[in-house]
Write a protein that binds this ligand. Structure first.
Ligand SMILES: O=C(O)C1=C[C@@H](OP(=O)(O)O)[C@@H](O)[C@H](O)C1
Ligand SMILES: C=C(OP(=O)(O)O)C(=O)O
Length: 420
């Protein structure tokens, strides 16, 4: 799909979709609880469908009623198939590997796009240290046996998804476990989201200190009804659009949310944006913006849209601790460099830092590529809406990984988009 986007003055209110991160976690916890849970306000993005399909293979009965899921959790660990397809979802794959290990079956995890090229060595090392089978080839990752309770050492700067995957699983083992996280501990906020969800489903894990998690064994998940809160990672696209271009209300969030991407609000304020809290969201005004230094360690998914914010902010912006952007659905640093240069932006990077200067007359002269990455497509859409000339993004269908109705929502606030 191609999306042709014409610079537009957006207006009105946008209700942002439910959090993908919270939805993965709620569906997994509900599926692991013996009994019925009702999960409300679910968006059926491709990533969430992959998690639902996997949990069904594990024996959860998941009934879809509009945006609500009725989940009858599993009775015991058995996977009805020897292949578990995770599509392009890193969260699904990395949450599933330890959980599905409890089936004690030969299982192969397969995926699409760049999924199997993203790092999995953290699990490979753990399985091998425990003397368990773990093998990866072009087709997928195969495991055979169950993880054991005990002491785990895990690098903190590759992906927090490995930590979350272990946190879903270790409480179910027959003995206690301890997880030592080697600093720097990045994306910590996502681990906290996992702990929040575990607690709601009756599973207790605690920090012994800043880098050590204590996980009592012999626990069980309890059914729980839960409504998914709004997604700050998706809010970021509209919040940046409003601050650059024209006022918007962005609603549908929980002000007390623990999502790390809530940082978009303080980042925008640092750039000079005028933001007012309203009942379930923010009123964001078009503002005069200036460049800043941003630390991305705890909010990597904001990377692409912050590059766009930077091109519309006076002076220079420096985005630090961005190295994990290189191991997402695309190399998000290389992708943003390549695409923003088509607007005439002065952008360059080293391994973990991005430097971006204001672009005074952004005009996109070539077709843009979405790099098969939803966050790149959405960020480029905002860049075009705020620019001086229309442009086209190839591969715009990538949005369906996390936000299938993104272009409808842009149209609803009077953004001009034509999809073909
Ligand atoms: O746990 C999660 O829900 C996620 C964790 C983050 O990944 P890393 O921990 O790999 O940075 C984030 O980028 C991803 O989109 C979702
Ligand atoms: C990186 C992302 O997700 P995942 O790691 O789950 O594929 C994302 O949504 O930007």
């Amino acid at each position: 799909m191609q999306a042709t986007i014409t610079p537009s003055k957006v207006s009105g209110a946008i209700c942002i979709p439910p959090s993908k991160s919270m939805a993965h976690r709620a569906i997994i916890c509900a599926s692991l609880a013996k009994g019925r849970s009702i999960i409300e306000h679910v968006e059926y993005s491709k990533d969430i469908l992959a998690t639902m399909d996997g949990m069904r293979k594990l024996g959860a009965i998941i009934t879809q009623e509009h945006d609500r899921l009725i989940i009858d959790g599993i009775q015991d660990f058995h996977c009805e198939s020897d292949e578990v397809f995770c599509n392009e979802s890193g969260s699904t794959l990395r949450f599933f590997i330890p959980i599905f290990s409890l089936c004690h079956q030969t299982l192969t995890f397969t995926g699409a796009g760049r999924l199997l090229q993203r790092p999995q060595k953290v699990y490979e090392d753990i399985f091998h240290e425990q003397g368990l089978y773990f093998s990866q080839n072009d087709k997928g990752i195969t495991i055979k046996e169950s993880l054991k309770p005990g002491e785990y050492h895990i690098k903190g700067d590759i992906s927090s998804q490995f930590i979350s995957g272990l946190l879903f699983t270790l409480p179910l083992l027959s003995k206690d476990s301890i997880l030592h996280i080697e600093p720097p501990f990045e994306s910590r906020s996502y681990v906290d989201l996992t702990l929040e969800m575990l607690e709601l489903f009756g599973v207790h894990v605690s920090y012994k200190d800043d880098h050590t998690l204590w996980i009592p064994g012999n626990q069980s998940y309890q059914p729980h009804d839960y409504r998914i809160e709004g997604d700050f990672s998706q809010l970021a696209f509209f919040a940046v659009l409003a601050a650059i271009s024209s006022d918007l209300d962005v609603t549908g969030i929980r002000h007390s949310s623990a999502q790390g991407d809530k940082a978009i609000i303080s980042i925008l304020k640092d750039f000079g944006a005028k933001i007012e809290e309203i009942e379930d969201g923010y009123h964001i005004s078009k503002s005069s913006l200036h460049g800043c230094v941003i630390d991305l360690a705890n909010c990597p998914d904001l990377g692409p849209i912050l590059c766009v914010l930077a091109m519309y902010a006076q002076g220079e912006t420096i985005i630090q601790n961005a190295q994990r952007l290189r191991i997402k659905e695309s190399d998000r640093i290389a992708a943003m460099e390549e695409e923003l240069r088509k607007f005439g932006v002065d952008i360059h990077s080293n391994e973990d830092t991005i430097f971006i200067k204001e672009c005074t007359h952004p005009i996109c002269k070539e077709t843009l590529s979405g790099h098969n990455d939803h966050r790149i497509v959405m960020a480029l859409s905002v860049a075009l809406l705020c620019s001086e000339q229309s442009g086209t993004i190839e591969g715009a269908q990538a949005i369906s990984k996390s936000y299938p109705t993104f272009f409808e929502d842009v149209t609803r606030i009077h953004g001009k988009v034509e999809c073909a």
